[in-house]
Ligand binder design. Structure first.
Ligand code: NAD
Ligand code: UD1
Length: 340
């Protein structure tokens, strides 16, 4: 039986995707160095799926370690490449670490798939490759260009995969451009567990909701949007995970790019209000200055993924808030909390 190698499979999106594959009866192998995740996430996926996962503590940049994984698992017929560093602000401070880790790991994935005759790669790209593009909704053909070293790593890896596919006519490379993944598995067993103070809106709101942080700073209310606050396309992480299974099942030769978003934009104030309603808690907030680098509006046109992958987001903003809160309430300190 075929199996799928998930690099970074212990992370936020990887763990939800591991579960989605297992629920479809597709085996997974995980390679993760746990630089931004905990082995506990995998144990919980195993409990939810009632299946065991073969996990390798390995750096994906380490060729020898990756070679061993492919040698020991000849059933691998695809790689979903999540492994990477992802904090935009940090990438500005330590760009070389971002380029080294993200580009090297992607190159090693390409080299190993080539060496072992594996033809399917699904890559975690990001809407960040649309840079400061102001046209919405964003289609896969919208202008690209990046505003941070993190973004450029995604952009460059997309290009590496295009060149690889050009040289290897059997390659099936799927580039998934995620919009804003949020929420958690409805069980509350797995979810997002950022280190330190979260940079992103939803994990920040979740931590305010459980009293770990005092109040939210809303970065600007003078944008040209309905209420002046920034608009984003939030997507439930379980929907996103399903998008990977669809991409794997519908994978085709060449390079195929898909936006994974809902197609609906929500403002920061809408998120706060949806969260308050779904969770039944008050979120204290204060309007502060804009965050440098933020765009006013960003949301996807997900038509291509709808049509070609037969995939469509099922959850709405309320579900995302409810499930994000459920995870945070059950695990106020993330995976450090006692097992539940
Ligand atoms: P995450 O940090 O939770 O998961 C990434 C995983 O990769 C972690 O488990 C980390 O330990 C591992 N990792 C990093 N470098 C590694 C290496 N060299 N070798 C082995 N393991 C390594 O992040 P996530 O939110 O699950 O994101 C997964 C992917 O999706 C990333 O590539 C990220 O850039 C991309 N992405 C994320 C978002 C988002 O908002 N979460 C949006 C767009 C794209
Ligand atoms: C960020 C990344 C982007 C990445 C995406 C994935 C930056 C600049 N961009 O996008 O590359 O693909 O995450 O999820 O980090 N906000 C507040 N207060 C907060 C945090 C955020 O008001 O404490 C606002 C922001 O100004 C923005 C919205 O909430 O309008 C969403 O912000 P965030 O969750 O950080 O995501 P993005 O900036 O869209």
């Amino acid at each position: 039986m075929a199996s799928v190698l998930l690099t970074g499979g212990a992370g936020y999106i990887g763990s939800h995707t591991a579960l989605a594959f297992l629920e479809q009866g597709i085996d997974v192998v995980v390679a993760d160095n746990f630089c931004n995740s905990q082995p506990e996430a995998i144990r919980r996926v195993e409990r939810l799926a009632q299946k065991e996962i073969k996990v390798y503590e390995a750096d994906v940049c380490d060729r020898a370690a990756m070679r061993r994984i492919f040698e020991e698992n000849p059933t691998i017929d695809a790689v979903v490449h999540f492994a990477g560093l992802k904090a935009v602000g940090e990438s500005v401070k330590i760009p070389l670490e971002y380029y080294r880790n993200n580009i090297d790991s992607a190159l090693v994935v390409c080299e190993m798939t080539e060496a072992f005759g594996v033809h399917k790669i699904v890559f975690s790209s990001s809407a960040t490759v649309y840079g400061a593009s102001t046209e919405v909704p964003l289609t896969e053909d919208s202008t690209t260009g990046c505003t941070s070293p993190y973004g450029w790593t995604k952009y460059m890896i997309e290009q590496i995969l295009r060149d690889y596919a050009n040289a290897n006519k059997q390659l099936e490379a799927t580039l998934l451009r995620y919009f804003n993944p949020v929420g958690a598995h409805p069980s509350g067993m797995i979810g997002e567990d950022p280190k330190g103070i979260p940079n992103n809106l939803m994990p920040y709101v979740c931590q305010v909701a459980v009293g770990r942080l005092a109040k939210l700073n809303v970065y600007g209310n003078d944008y040209p949007t309905s209420d002046g606050t920034g608009v984003r396309d939030y997507i439930h992480v379980v929907d996103l995970a399903q998008g990977h299974v669809a991409a794997y099942l519908k994978s085709k030769v060449g390079v195929n790019v898909y936006n994974l978003g809902t197609g609906r934009g929500s403002s920061v104030l809408e998120v706060i209000h949806a969260f308050e309603e779904a969770a039944g808690v008050k979120i204290p907030y204060e309007i502060t200055a804009r965050r440098p680098g933020d765009v006013a509006i960003c949301y996807a046109d997900p038509k291509r993924a709808n049509e070609e992958l037969g995939w469509r987001a099922q959850y709405d903003l309320r579900d995302m808030c409810r499930d994000g809160y459920n995870w945070q309430r059950k695990n106020p300190n993330g995976y450090l909390d006692a097992q539940n």
